[in-house]
Design a protein around this ligand. Sequence first.
Ligand code: 13P
Length: 259
Amino acid sequence: MAQDKKLIIANWKMNLGVHESSLYLHKLAEKVKIHRDVQLVLAPTMLALQTLSLQVNHRQFKLAAQNFYWRDHGAFTGEVSATQLRGIVSYALVGHSERRHVFHETDKDTRAKVQAAIRNGIRPVLCVGETASERAAGETKDIIHDQLLGGLANITSDELDQVIIAYEPVWAIGTGNNALPNDVTEAIVSIRSQIKHLYGAKASNEIQVLYGGSVTADSAADYLTLAEVDGLLVGGASLDAQSFATIVEKAYNSTKKGA
Ligand code: 13P
């Protein structure tokens, strides 16, 4: 069972520069209000995090890193660590399909990042999901299970409280081919059942699980009203402040207390 509190994350990926991100935030801040049961999170380019963190009303928005390196410091040219992000972001995406498939990150990398985020007081959003061919081969549950097991190995029950899971089927990301609500429910039930197996019923009830993959202002409510879904991870539709504000409005309406 999901919680009443919803988490809505905007993943801008490699879009919007520092100035554009700042203008966007200014526009969005006027369109959305602070709601007790909806947490809004923005994941801009790494370059804009510092600027936005100074600009943002932290009661209204939290920030997330799209990526980071799992070591805390050292000779790792070009990398940014969770230690360096500490105090700037509250969340960090880990194991996003683009990291797994474009940058060939493994479950071992993912696991190291989950641990690094937690070690640095940042909540990891562990992304899992199958490709189209894995889905066609009927392997969805096995893939999700492997990615969960891989990402969460060595994570204690106390640490799991910090973890958020996002179900993002690879075939649904950036394709306009969003998953059917029933398929999302089935995948998330399977995620919770594995969490139950690993950490017990309480953890499985309490862990926040999001859906991501071609969510739009039109389809957002189809997911937000599902009992298993605790929020959304939005890519393309979050690049326009009005479209993202409409998604946020749907999230307000989906909580028990309404808007
Ligand atoms: P789209 O919403 O563009 O499909 O992207 C989803 C995603 O990858 C969010 O992390």
